[in-house]
Design a protein around this ligand. Structure first.
Ligand code: NIG
Ligand code: FE
Length: 411
C-alpha cells in the first residue's frame, strides 16, 4: 500500500540517518521543507520532496493536505502510564498545604498507587491503561516508554509488565518497557531497604529477564527512596541481563546519582529539576541523555529542569511527560512542549527536537523513529491549518492535530 500525501504546507524535522541526537546550538535548528509531498509505503516513510516532483510518484491513494504541516509523531520516553485508579485526593491535600514529600511519608504517593495496583486484576489494569494509551496516541504520541514500579512485589511488578506487553501487541504505537521495581520501599520491607533491594535484584530482575518483559531498568534515586549505592548495585546486576538504565535522579535533591549513572553508561537520566556543575560536567561528552519532565514541575510546583543552562552548556536534552497518577496525570506531549517553551525558555525548535530526535535516542529508537527520514517508521502528525510551527506551543492547552498516522495507518 502506497499513500501519497500532497500539498503539505511544511514538512518538519527532516534528517538523514546520521543524526543520533542534537546538543547545544544544534537543538535550535529544525530542518524543514515547504510545499512538499511525502510517500508512505506500508509502515515506512518511502520518499518525500518538493511538490513539483510529486507527479513522478506512483501511489495507491493520494491525500491532499491543503497546506497543513506534517512532522514526526511525538516520542514520550518516560511514563508510568500503567496504573490503577487516580490520586485526586492527594492533589487536593497539596492544594491545602501538604507537600508531595509529606504526603508520601504518610503512606500516600507511590505506596498508595501500589496498594491499589496490587488489588486490581490484570484485565482491569489493562483496560484502564488502554484508555490512557488511546488518548495519548490521539494527542500525537507514536512511541512511548512505560515503566513498572507500582507493583513493588514480584507478582505485581510482573503483572504490570505483562500489561505493557499486551499493549505492545495490541497497539500501533511503539512501546518500550522499563522495570522500575526500585520505585519505593514497600510497607512490607519498611525500614529495611537492603532487604527490598535483595528482592528487586535477586528475585524480580531475573524473573523479568527470563520472561523478556523489559527493555530497560530504572530506580528512583532520591533521599527517602534509594541511594546511589542501591543504583550502582542495580545497574551492575542489570548489565548481566543486557538491560540499559534510565534512572529517576535529582528530582528533589542532588544525590551524586548523575555522575554515577553516567559512569554506568545509563541511556538517560530523568527529572534533573536540581542540578549542579558537577552533574553538567559528567553529562558533557557522555552518551547519557538528560530528560526533563516539565509537567511534573508544573503539577507539583517544584523547580523546572534548567534547560537553558544545560543547552547553553552544550548538552542535549529530551522532553517527556512522566504520565503518572501522582506528579503528572497528563501524557499530553503538546502540553509538555508548550510548558517547556513557556516555563523553561526553550525555543519551539528546541522543544520539538527534544520531543522527537532526542526522545527517540532516550528510548534507543534513533535508527527508526523521531524524524522525517527515508526508511524510518511512518509515525506522523498532520496538524490542523496553523500559521507556523511556533503556533503549536503558543496555542497551549489546545491540540492542533488533524490526523495521527502510526505505522503508516491513520488512527
Ligand atoms: O517520576 N519520582 C518518582 N516517580 C514518579 C512519581 C510517582 C508517584 O508519585 O506516583 C515521577 O514523578
Ligand atoms: Fe517518573
Amino acid at each position: 500500500m502506497r499513500t501519497l500525501y500532497i500539498n503539505i504546507g511544511e514538512l518538519l524535522q527532516i534528517r538523514d540517518h546520521s543524526t543520533t541526537y542534537l546538543s547545544g546550538n544544534e537543538m535550535n535548528i529544525l530542518p524543514r521543507l515547504q510545499d512538499a509531498f511525502l510517500l508512505v509505503e506500508n509502515d515506512t516513510i518511502a520518499d518525500f520532496g518538493e511538490m513539483r516532483y510529486a507527479d513522478a510518484v506512483s501511489a495507491d491513494r493520494i491525500i491532499d493536505l491543503q497546506g497543513k504541516f506534517m512532522l514526526p509523531a511525538w516520542i514520550d520516553s518516560h511514563t508510568h502510564l500503567v496504573y490503577a485508579g487516580n490520586r485526586e485526593q492527594e492533589f487536593v491535600d497539596r492544594i491545602n498545604g501538604l507537600t508531595y514529600e509529606e504526603i508520601a511519608s504518610k503512606g500516600g504517593g507511590i505506596l498508595n498507587s501500589a496498594k491499589r495496583l496490587q488489588e486490581t486484576p490484570e484485565d482491569d489494569l489493562y483496560e484502564q491503561s488502554k484508555l490512557r494509551l488511546e488518548q495519548v496516541m490521539a494527542q500525537g504520541t507514536g512511541a512511548i516508554e512505560i515503566k513498572s514500579g507500582y507493583g513493588l512485589t514480584p507478582e505485581a511488578e510482573l503483572k504490570m509488565l505483562r500489561v505493557i506487553k499486551r499493549l505492545q501487541a495490541d497497539f500501533p504505537a511503539t512501546i518500550k518497557a522499563t522495570f522500575l521495581g526500585a520505585h519505593a520501599v514497600p510497607a512490607a520491607h519498611k525500614g529495611n531497604r537492603d532487604e527490598y533491594m535483595n528482592v528487586v535484584i535477586n528475585e524480580m530482575l531475573p524473573a523479568v529477564a527470563e520472561e523478556k518483559l523489559a527493555d530497560f531498568v530504572d530506580i528512583f534515586c532520591e533521599k527517602g527512596y534509594f541511594s546511589v549505592e542501591d543504583m550502582e548495585r542495580l545497574l551492575r546486576a542489570s548489565k548481566k541481563f543486557d538491560l540499559k538504565a534510565k534512572v529517576h535522579v535529582n528530582q528533589f535533591n542532588i544525590t551524586g546519582g548523575v555522575p554515577a549513572a553516567v559512569k554506568h553508561n545509563a541511556l538517560s537520566v530523568d527529572h534533573l529539576e536540581i542540578i549542579n556543575e558537577e552533574d553538567i560536567a559528567a553529562l558533557k561528552n557522555s552518551d547519557t541523555m538528560p530528560v526533563a519532565l516539565p509537567l511534573c514541575s508544573f503539577f507539583i510546583s517544584i523547580p523546572y529542569t534548567p534547560a537553558r543552562r544545560m543547552i547553553d552548556a552544550g548538552l542535549p536534552l529530551a522532553l517527556a511527560s512522566d504520565y503518572n497518577p501522582g506528579t503528572s496525570p497528563s501524557g499530553n506531549m503538546n502540553l509538555v512542549i508548550a510548558t517547556a517553551c513557556i516555563k523553561m525558555n526553550m525555543t519551539p525548535e528546541e522543544a520539538i527536537n527534544a520531543a522527537t530526535v532526542n526522545a527517540a535516542y532516550a528510548m534507543g529508537l534513533e535508527a527508526t523513529h523521531g524524524s522525517i527520514t527515508k526508511g524510518k517508521k511512518a509515525n506522523l502528525i498532520i496538524t490542523k491549518s496553523i500559521p507556523s510551527y511556533g503556533y503549536l506551543p503558543y496555542d497551549f492547552g489546545n491540540t492542533n492535530i488533524h490526523q495521527v498516522i502510526l505505522e503508516g495507518k491513520e488512527i
